[in-house]
Ligand binder design. Structure first.
Ligand SMILES: Nc1ncnc2c1ncn2[C@@H]1O[C@H](COP(=O)(O)OP(=O)(O)OP(=O)(O)O)[C@@H](O)[C@H]1O
Ligand SMILES: [Mg+2]
Length: 318
């Protein structure tokens, strides 16, 4: 997908199975929303094609629209309507004309989103978490085969996030709904069936979280250091490995943590204060594939380190 000179989504290709929860991860501006817009027929791709339940997004957009539900990145609730009215309006648009059926379905959705006692509340007066829950059940009201959600848990507290994921994962399992979801939260993506990683418009990896973690081929070593940048420099010159600096902790993926420590700890003098070996998470996968963190400031030391990481990622052909 091109916007003028910018190629926002570049040759991205993947499939989703029925009932699968597919997570799309990428930093700001990576092309996540653009991908959703194309798959939901809101933006026509400048080239390429996609199919939802065998319907082409470019040739049969109306058929595609009947298959899908969407939760947009920014809220699209009508804040002047009540919770129940928002659902009722949506149900009518989607052709649930039988009043009794519509009521039953709405009652079910209210119960699922734990908003039954709020049904007469104006959407404007709901909390952020409640609004998100309402939007999700609204998108499911007409029983879509594929549900698209763009950052559904952004800005929500842990409890609300957990509730939403639990609910979405159950919906996929019980109703066979296929779920495509974008998120910035790498720890949330661990529970998805598969994850696509998009960076600068390109899909750099697409697999199960376990396979992605295994692809790093090693353990993650975390070293709490007195002078982290100095320790990182020494490790780099001694081993060629480039640690990530985050506060006073260095992280690096090594094949054998035992051997690494036996050989390197002495060279680091008293710089290392604490050692921890952990299984790599998607965060490290992301860093290794793209050369930068999903939320840069949090993951890498920034500036110079980021550049070296990117150079290293390029060198290994990623
Ligand atoms: N309508 C548009 N016209 C021109 N450029 C656009 C348009 N929509 C998006 N872009 C550009 O395309 C690129 C991808 O944007 P997109 O919104 O898809 O990213 P994103 O991954 O959803 O980011 P975020 O995490 O910030 O929501 C960005 O560089 C953005 O500026
Ligand atoms: Mg977006």
């Amino acid at each position: 997908m091109r916007y003028g000179d910018l190629t926002a989504v570049d040759g991205v290709s993947f499939t989703m199975a029925r009932g699968e929860v597919f997570g799309f991860l990428g930093p700001n501006g990576a092309g996540k929303t653009t991908t959703i817009s194309m798959l939901t027929t809101l933006a026509r791709p400048t080239s390429g094609e996609a199919w939802i339940s065998n319907h082409s997004v470019t040739k049969a957009p109306n058929a595609v629209r009947r298959e899908i539900g969407i939760v947009f990145q920014d809220s699209t609730l009508d804040t002047k309507l009540t919770v129940e009215e928002n659902l009722d309006f949506h149900a009518r648009i989607y052709g649930l004309t039988n009043r009794a059926q519509r009521r039953r379905r709405i009652a079910k959705m209210l119960k699922l989103s734990e908003l039954t006692d709020r049904r007469k509340t104006l959407a404007a007066k709901l909390s952020g978490g409640m609004r998100r829950r309402l939007e999700i059940v609204r998108a499911l009201l007409h029983r879509p085969n594929v549900l698209f959600l763009d950052e559904p848990t952004l800005g929500l507290d842990v409890q609300n996030r957990r509730r939403i994921w639990e609910y979405l994962i159950n919906t996929a399992a019980n109703d066979g709904t296929t779920i495509f979801v974008t998120t910035h939260q790498l720890e949330e993506a661990e529970q998805f069936h598969r994850v696509g990683i998009i960076d600068q418009g390109k899909l750099v990896a697409c697999d199960t979280p376990a396979a992605l973690r295994a692809s790093l081929g090693g353990s993650l070593l975390k070293l709490r250091c007195a002078e982290p940048e100095e320790a990182a420099r020494r490790i780099m010159s001694s081993t060629g490995l480039l640690p990530t600096v985050n506060g006073n902790t260095l992280s690096l993926v090594v094949d054998s943590p035992g051997e690494f420590l036996a050989e390197e700890l002495g060279k680091l003098g008293g710089l290392v204060k604490q050692v921890e070996v952990v299984e790599p998470k998607l965060e490290e996968v992301f860093l290794s594939l793209t050369g930068h963190g999903l939320r840069d400031a949090e993951v890498t030391g920034g500036g110079a380190w980021r550049e070296v990481h990117q150079a290293q990622a390029k060198k290994v052909g990623r």
